[in-house]
Design a protein around this ligand. Structure first.
Ligand code: DAH
Length: 334
């Protein structure tokens, strides 16, 4: 039998064996048997050297063609077997009842935050943010709160053990400075964000909570704008019956400074007439100087309030800790 005559029967045998292999490991055995280094097909190739010179091109071509066909079949078989191995053992029963996938919801604090943001967006405020790990400069110094100021009481602040960014921000007011430092007036922003204080958790305190800061800077900005804006937003959030009261207060970064009290049927339901809800005031000239704004040219106001407070009033929640416990019986009610 001539060399060329051996190729086809060997190929046919190999193809049959490949087809017959019904597991991946058997398929691999067949591969080794025919195409491995010591395989029968490889053996055939090695015999080429013994052929007469003029026979070699035809033999080489025949062997290569056969080998290509075998490799192709091998690959296809392997794919088939892999697919079969991955397929489910039982057929899908399309009449079986569906499996319910529970849908998540937004946390009540997120819902309230988004409502507040939506109200402010209506009147042209953009959302800004800043880091929770802050330096003393942004959290205190540039806000006209020097090192010996009582508002910097170390009791209230978490300090970190690193050199350059040493604290967790105690309020979102730090972002006022960051925004003004980076952009020239006019400014119209709100800043929702998480803040940290060294408070022991109880029904109305938690070491982390959330605030919304607001800052408006332009020429000839007045306190009347501030009152109108705050009133608009609180009425949107908590109903038309809302009443606001502004009381003189002190903050180092505003002058004059005010505290906003709030009254509504919801507050009366909680057994109170007025509830303290926000701090605000006209931006202190020193703060403008600290960020390079000319206080003779620009004026502005700022405010800050706690988001949990608003959510508690809105939903009649009496313990702030409920927001952080991730108890589904609580969360599912919103
Ligand atoms: N930063 C104050 C706080 O955490 C709230 C506040 C008061 C923010 C007056 C202001 C402001 O922007 O003008 O209690």
């Amino acid at each position: 039998m001539s060399f060329l005559d051996e190729i086809t029967p060997l190929k046919e045998a190999a193809l049959q064996a490949l087809q017959a292999a019904d597991t991946l490991s058997k398929l691999d055995d067949v591969r080794v048997q025919y195409l491995g280094t010591n395989g029968q097909f490889t053996g055939l190739l090695k015999q080429m050297g013994a052929l007469a010179k003029e026979e070699r091109p035809a033999a080489g071509k025949a062997i290569n063609l056969a080998k290509a066909e075998l490799t192709q079949t091998l690959d296809r078989r392997r794919e088939e077997l892999e697919l079969a191995a991955a397929a489910p053992q039982r057929a899908t029963d399309f009449t079986a009842p569906g499996r319910r996938r529970p849908l998540g919801k937004q946390h009540p604090l997120t819902q309230v935050t988004e409502d507040i943001v939506r109200s402010f967006r209506k009147i042209g405020f953009a959302v800004a943010d800043g880091p929770e790990i802050e330096s003393e400069r942004y959290c205190f110094d540039a806000l006209n709160t020097p090192a010996d100021h009582p508002a910097r009481d170390t009791q209230d602040t978490f300090f970190l053990d690193t050199a350059d960014r040493p604290l967790l921000r105690t309020h979102t007011s730090s972002v006022q400075i960051r925004v003004m430092e980076q952009s020239p007036p006019p400014i119209r922003i709100i800043v929702p964000g998480r803040v940290y204080r060294r408070d022991t958790a109880d029904a109305t305190h938690n070491p982390t909570f959330h605030q919304i800061e607001g800052l408006y800077v332009d020429r000839n900005v007045t306190m009347a704008d501030l009152k109108g804006t705050v009133e608009f937003v609180f009425k949107e959030l908590l109903g038309k019956e809302v009443k606001l009261r502004f009381r003189p207060h002190y903050f180092s970064y505003t002058e004059p400074s005010l505290e906003i009290d709030f009254s509504s049927p919801l507050v009366r339901k909680m057994g109170k007439e007025w509830l303290e809800i926000a701090g605000c005031g006209m931006v202190h000239p020193t703060v403008f100087e600290n960020v390079g704004y000319d206080p003779e040219e620009w004026s502005g106001w700022a405010f800050g309030f706690g988001i949990e407070r608003i959510a508690m009033i809105r939903y009649g929640i009496s313990d702030i800790r409920l927001f952080y416990e991730n108890d589904l019986r609580f969360l599912n009610r919103f």
